[in-house]
Write a protein of this length. Structure first.
Length: 162
């Protein structure tokens, strides 16, 4: 019986490590091959103090003014990019197709009163809140499947705030 427990623990550990590695590989692929998209912020605030810094809650223009009852629980925000790669919302759809030329997908899930694209919070160093108050855009890299990865916050001139 003791051998079975050890084997089960080892199998669970291997499965967990495989999942973590797969997830890291997927994120690296998005970093390498993803399209950089700037999402305009409608407000940001550093109000959640943590031990060594602040958490900035990000709210994006592409999800502003929505009637949440009309949206699917999970789906895709379809965006078009201007010449500076700034996203403009086109529509919401439940599946990744159809998609037209020059359109990009950003996967979302619906909360009670918010739409989550996986990039709603940004951790900053304690004392840097004033610098990040200048943020006008959040930049994400997006793959063809709509998976996104937050790259950082940018000012009105699309310069990364560091």
């Amino acid at each position: 019986m003791k051998k079975i427990k050890v084997i089960l623990i080892l199998l669970n550990l291997i499965a967990l490590l495989a999942f973590v590695n797969y997830s890291a590989i997927q994120k690296e692929k998005i970093l390498q091959d993803g399209t950089l998209i700037y999402l305009e912020l409608i407000e940001n605030n550093a109000k959640s103090p943590l031990i060594q810094g602040d958490m900035v809650a990000l709210k994006y223009k592409i999800v502003q003014g929505l009637i949440f009852d009309t949206l699917y629980k999970r789906g895709f925000v379809v965006v078009k990019l201007d010449s500076n790669s700034i996203a403009e919302r086109v529509r919401f759809q439940p599946k990744s197709v159809p998609i037209n030329e020059q359109e990009y997908l950003i996967e979302y899930s619906k909360g009670f009163f918010s739409l989550n694209i996986g990039a709603e919070n940004y951790f900053i160093q304690q004392g840097d809140a004033k610098k990040y108050a200048l943020a006008k855009y959040g930049a994400v890299k997006v793959d063809a499947s709509g998976n996104s990865l937050l790259m950082g916050l940018y000012d009105e001139h699309l310069k990364r705030i560091e």
